[in-house]
Design a protein around this ligand. Structure first.
Ligand code: GLA
Length: 390
């Protein structure tokens, strides 16, 4: 692969070394359906994509850490030391790998030599395709392989979530790290986020492809209303628990929710909980439709998911709504919705393969007219989870 050769050259030039680094890749992810359900004990249905993060790494003979990202070349090399892995504002994006290193060491894994690591991501940052979880998993896998840690995948995934929650301060669920750690070519993963039971579903879309449409509107999870949504759901759950013995919103069927929703005092919190419950039910139904080849019904659930995220959960925005609404108006589209946390980032649409150019043009013309700049279109190929490449 041309790209890997160039990355190796870059590694040697940046770190001024002749050492041959080992190479790793962690994908990004899309989520087909099951949005904002992971931290509510529900199901999600994500898939890892062929865009992601390359990481090239070599051990050093001292305890120094040198991180470099080709995506933030203006920042240059960020240096740290194994004996001080505390979060530092000035360390910018390198806090992600530092967090991974810190928690691995705290877990008891023996990492006593420093490293040079170069990252290159071909997923746009802040596009809602999980570039941060991709960096975390690329880092865990490289540490695991370079130091022969024999760490299982699930603990690696959980460690990535812990970095987000405790080190970075975003109260996110397990979906992104799971999708990136466990991804499988041409398959989506139906995951129960409470038990971590999962199954792979072949992503058979007949003559259709999944288009990823980037609004090019930047958003950061930490700065967004993500944590607020999470606490609204917790409040709703708390009030339901006064009469129901449930641990999560994911345990409720839509019927049970309707019978008990009066327990949630605040109207806004009631709508947040409604989304979580109905979205979970839609996700399970979507799996069945996909398995039975009912693509039209599958697409309809994807559309309903967007409506619910827009109206009840209120995490969409003008940019996402414009893309999704225009996509719905195309005959070639069987379903479209925002994907990921929302507030910007990306939408996905399932589009007839032969009509993809027409689709892009129609959506982008309207988008540019309404928003003032272009959207970017990618075709998602569903690829394997994080691994070493050679
Ligand atoms: C972000 C979080 C995930 C999940 C989604 C919304 O991607 O990292 O844990 O909550 O938002 O479904």
């Amino acid at each position: 692969m041309e790209i890997t050769y160039n990355l190796q050259k870059e590694f040697k030039a940046i770190f001024n070394t002749t050492v041959q680094p080992r190479m790793f890749f962690a994908p990004g992810r899309i989520n087909l359906i099951g949005e904002h359900t992971d931290y509510n004990g529900g199901h999600v249905f994500p898939a890892s994509i062929s865009y992601g993060t390359f990481a090239l790494a070599a051990k050093r003979n001292d305890r120094k850490l040198r991180f470099y990202s080709m995506n933030f070349s203006e920042i240059g090399i960020i240096e740290a030391d194994l004996s001080d892995l505390t979060y530092k504002e000035g360390d910018n994006w390198a806090n992600y790998p530092k967090g991974v290193l810190l928690y691995m060491k705290e877990t008891g894994y023996d990492i006593s030599q420093g490293l040079d690591i170069l990252y290159y991501g071909n997923i746009p940052n802040g596009a809602g395709l999980s570039s941060s979880a991709s960096i975390e998993l690329a880092t865990s896998v490289l540490l695991n392989n370079l130091f022969n840690l024999r760490m299982d995948r699930i603990p690696m995934i959980q460690l990535g979530q812990k970095v987000e929650n405790q080190y970075i301060g975003v109260n996110s669920g397990i979906m992104d790290q799971f999708a990136i750690g466990m991804g499988k070519e041409n398959h989506a993963i139906l995951l129960n986020c409470e038990t971590l039971d999962y199954e792979y579903a072949p992503l058979v879309l007949d003559d259709h492809v999944i288009s990823i449409i980037n609004t090019n509107k930047q958003r950061t999870l930490a700065g967004s209303k993500y944590n607020e949504r999470r606490s609204q759901c917790e409040q709703a759950l708390h009030e339901l628990q006064e009469e129901l013995s449930i641990k999560t919103l994911g345990e409720l069927s839509p019927e049970e929710f309707e019978q008990n929703k009066h327990l949630i005092k605040d109207e806004v919190n009631q709508r947040r909980a409604k989304h979580a419950v109905y979205e979970n039910a839609r996700t399970l139904e979507a799996l069945e439709h996909l398995q039975n080849g009912n693509l039209a019904e599958f697409g309809e659930l994807i559309n309903q998911s967007h409506v619910s995220l827009r109206d009840d959960y209120e995490v969409s925005c003008l940019e996402l709504d414009t893309i999704v609404q225009t996509a719905w108006e195309q005959e070639s589209v069987i379903g479209a919705r925002m994907t990921g946390a929302g507030f910007g980032g990306c939408a996905i649409a399932i589009v007839e393969k032969d009509k993809i150019e027409e689709f892009k043009k129609s959506v982008n013309d309207i988008y540019r007219e309404k928003v003032g700049y272009d959207a970017t279109f990618y075709i998602a190929s569903i690829a394997d989870g994080a691994k070493e490449i050679n």
